[in-house]
Design a protein around this ligand. Structure first.
Ligand SMILES: NC(=O)c1ccc[n+]([C@@H]2O[C@H](COP(=O)([O-])OP(=O)(O)OC[C@H]3O[C@@H](n4cnc5c(N)ncnc54)[C@H](OP(=O)(O)O)[C@@H]3O)[C@@H](O)[C@H]2O)c1
Length: 269
């Protein structure tokens, strides 16, 4: 698996799997938890090692159990989780500490590779102490890297101004509906790794047809060229699938390179 470098010198895989509907009835985000992690088991079996979960997905412990029971050494995985921005989790320093400790317990691990603040925190004081607590967990080795999600450029700059440890990653939506090109350019220039959520979502039939046409040049499919476009410009992708064939297809991104012309066509879809 190819990786990209974070500002702290550690490596993050360019491709991983999302998990937000795993372990849920009907494969629905708001589906009742049913403990069915067969899709994650399949993803791990096919070779996914970056696993992206979050407290708000309510499946952290099932994700942790599935990773643990895979029998694959912990150090081969790259586990990401996220702290919600509600008071129940960040209402005080103590609450933040307890949330992180609970994630460690849920994920059955001694350390978490990447811990993100899931949504912007409007209250400056809360944002500051939440970040400071995350920094303290980096200091004690329980978290390797910290970052944010769904932060704007202004919010990134606000964190940058007080952070002792700079945000390594900002996980944001990026797909043909909402590319966030300007934000991604900013991050690439400022040593913050962009990570795209929903990388295969919101693609219209017309866009899919255009992507499929480009993909013909490489013997690939629409999803593969779309994901390749992102990793080729240094954006980590975390596509999620309940379908084994799709999981396999989404892994096959490292044996071709898009031309500048095709990159331009995709970026202006
Ligand atoms: N930070 C945030 O606020 C945030 C927000 C949303 C999501 N996320 C994270 O990002 C991950 C990915 O986003 P997402 O799950 O919303 O969307 P996604 O990965 O863009 O798309 C998932 C959809 O694409 C389909 N799909 C996957 N591979 C395919 C392929 N090769 N061909 C055709 N269809 C394919 C899946 O259906 P099948 O199951 O049928 O393949 C599923 O319906 C999430 O799971 C979550 O971990 C984070």
């Amino acid at each position: 698996m190819q990786t990209t470098l974070l500002a702290n010198g550690s490596k993050i895989p360019l491709l991983g799997t999302g998990t937000n509907t795993y372990g849920k009835e009907g494969n629905q985000y708001r589906g009742k938890l049913n403990g069915d992690f067969s899709a994650l088991k399949s993803a791990i079996q096919e070779g996914y090692r970056l696993i992206d979960t979050a407290i708000s997905y309510q499946n952290e412990s099932g994700v942790g159990k599935t990773i643990f029971e895979s029998g694959i050494p912990r150090e081969e995985f790259y586990i990401t989780t996220k702290i919600p921005s509600d008071d129940a989790y960040i209402g005080s320093r103590k609450a933040v500490e307890q949330t992180v400790l609970k994630s460690l317990e849920n994920l059955k691990t001694d350390y978490i590779d990447l811990y993100l603040i899931h949504q912007p925190i409007d209250d400056e004081e809360k944002l500051k102490y939440t970040w400071e607590v995350l920094e303290s967990f980096v200091d004690n080795g329980k978290i390797k890297s910290i970052g944010v999600s769904n932060f704007t450029i202004e919010m990134l700059e606000a964190v940058h101004n007080f952070a002792r440890i700079k945000p390594a990653v900002n996980q944001i939506q990026s797909n043909p509906h909402t590319w966030n090109h300007e934000m991604i350019d900013y991050m690439l220039k400022n040593d913050i790794v962009p990570e795209a959520w929903g990388p295969l979502s919101k693609v219209t039939p017309e866009q899919r047809a255009k992507l499929a046409k480009i993909a013909e040049n490489y013997g690939k499919n629409w999803g593969q060229v779309l994901l390749r476009y992102q990793i080729q410009r240094g954006v980590v992708v975390i596509p999620k699938s309940h379908n084994k064939d799709h999981q396999i297809s989404n892994l096959e991104l490292f044996d071709f390179e898009l031309t500048k012309e095709d990159q331009f066509m995709i970026e202006s879809l």
